[in-house]
Design a binder for this molecule. Structure first.
Ligand SMILES: Nc1nc2[nH]cnc2c(=O)[nH]1
Ligand SMILES: [Zn+2]
Length: 453
């Protein structure tokens, strides 16, 4: 197979800027040699071209190439109700979200929603997602089928609950186990699909349901686990009342034996010191969803407390509590919220935002040996951000004086319109309909993509 040499300005974070001051790696005129979907050599373009004269060059000059975004918390059935503003979590669930989730009982509807959802991910440059599925087994099956057709990497599962939602969304521990087992057997590890055991949240899950989830996890040790935690004060209070024998919210999952290296707990806004200590001890990840936390008024995520406790943090859009699929927007909102926390906040640099939206997600999913950055040996999962000709972002990038400014501008201004092309494992999974991209300019017309020279 002839390797492809991608020529691009690229940036990535092979390590964490929270612990490594030199985490941001930059190539202003770089070359990434890809063979069989895997990065086999990297460096500056000129030396890569000399070393690999046989390679076919793909010129991505203009804009910036980043590792594909990794969304660690997003709900498939909620794509069509993004924007239900004005209610706190429990009212929003009752009046906006759960009625829509019930509609996925209809298979035709579920398939159409799955298509809308997957399109939303890939046209925003998200290449891997930890996806909250549907309560209906068939709708989850349909989701995995459609996801396989897109080439995206998905970790997803059937959502299970047995109280306090709507009767049609409730199951039993026996069914939760048997339906989950059938889906796991069919989809876990098939192509780019992985399975996540997914009780909705302890508020809607009896101990029996949590035990059924644990039975699946014990039977299939490579599974992922995801749920919600400590998102909203009323929710936290209700969980306390429902589980009088548990120390706190985390303990409801912990007692069931559900926590481990592949556990991702969404929100974690009102988490106590004890819980943070236990999350770190179990190597769990907190999926921070800043747009959702803002839209639902859930609170300001205590990032500093998580980092000080040693809890790994990644980003999630939480569509449809969140306001869209853009991980650029999510990164910017994370930055805003830390700014608003003043001395209690963490001052996030552009490198932090890139890490949180790429490599941190790969670590959360225990896939960092395979995806999350552009190191040799990683899959070529990438998003090419190339603003349309005449756009404000193009003007800003043309005058940026450092790569860090360029990256900040991408997070501050970038949108779906700037996503030109997306790859997963070397396969193109999205290409913008062209007509406006600066990639159409002649080389002489193009400006330096990373810095104005
Ligand atoms: N943001 C959010 N929180 C939840 N807690 C339980 N279900 C949900 C949901 O769908 N979205
Ligand atoms: Zn959620």
């Amino acid at each position: 197979m002839t390797p492809t040499l991608y020529r691009a300005a690229f940036m990535h974070t092979p390590s964490s800027p929270f612990t490594d001051a030199d985490a941001l790696h930059i190539q202003q005129d770089g070359g990434l040699l890809v063979n069989g979907g895997v990065i086999v050599d990297t460096g500056d373009f000129a030396s890569m071209k000399t070393a690999h004269p046989e390679a076919q060059v793909s010129d991505l000059k203009g804009g910036v190439l980043l590792p594909g975004f990794i969304d660690t918390h997003v709900h498939y059935p909620q794509v069509r109700m993004i924007g239900g503003l004005g209610r706190p979590l429990l009212e929003w669930l009752e009046h906006v979200t759960l009625p829509e989730e019930a509609r996925l009982q209809d298979h035709t509807y579920a398939r159409a929603v799955a298509k809308d959802f997957l399109h939303g991910l890939r046209c925003n440059g998200t290449t891997t997602a930890l996806v909250f599925g549907s309560h209906f087994k068939e709708a989850v099956d349909i989701f995995f089928e459609e996801a396989a057709g897109t080439g995206l990497r998905t970790v997803a599962g059937q959502v299970v609950s047995d109280r306090m939602l709507r009767p049609e969304l409730h199951t039993t521990p026996e069914l939760a186990y048997s339906e989950g087992k059938a889906l796991i057997e069919k989809w876990n590890g098939k192509g780019r699909a992985r399975y996540a055991v997914t009780p909705r949240f302890s508020l809607s899950a009896s101990e029996g349901i949590l035990d059924a989830c644990a039975a699946l996890m014990n039977e299939y040790p490579d599974l992922h686990f995801t749920s919600h935690i400590n998102e909203n004060v009323r929710e936290v209070q209700t969980v306390r009342e429902l589980f009088p024998g548990s120390l706190d919210y985390l303990d409801t999952y912990d007692r069931a034996g559900l926590l481990g290296r592949r556990s991702v707990l969404a929100h974690s806004v009102h988490t106590s010191g004890r819980e943070l200590g236990q999350m770190a001890a179990h190597s769990c990840t907190a999926a921070h969803c800043p747009c959702s936390n803002s839209a639902l008024g859930s609170g300001l995520f205590p990032l500093k407390k998580h980092l000080n406790a040693g809890v790994h943090v990644a980003l999630g859009t939480d569509v449809g509590g969140g306001t869209g699929f853009s991980m650029l927007k999510e990164g910017l909102q994370a930055y805003f919220m830390q700014q608003l926390l003043g001395d209690d906040g963490v001052s996030l640099t552009p490198a932090h935002l890139l890490y949180l939206s790429t490599r941190a997600g790969a670590e959360a999913l225990d896939m960092h040996d395979h995806i999350g950055d552009f190191s040799v040996g990683k899959a070529f999962d990438a998003v090419w951000l190339n603003p349309p000709e005449g756009s404000t972002l193009q003007a800003i990038l043309g005058h940026a004086e450092s790569p860090s400014e360029t990256l900040a501008a991408l997070y501050a201004n970038g949108t779906q319109a700037d996503v030109a092309q997306v790859w997963v494992g070397g396969d193109e999974v999205y290409a913008r309909a062209e007509g406006a991209s600066s990639s159409q300019l002649t080389p002489a017309q193009r400006q330096s993509p990373v810095m104005a020279s």
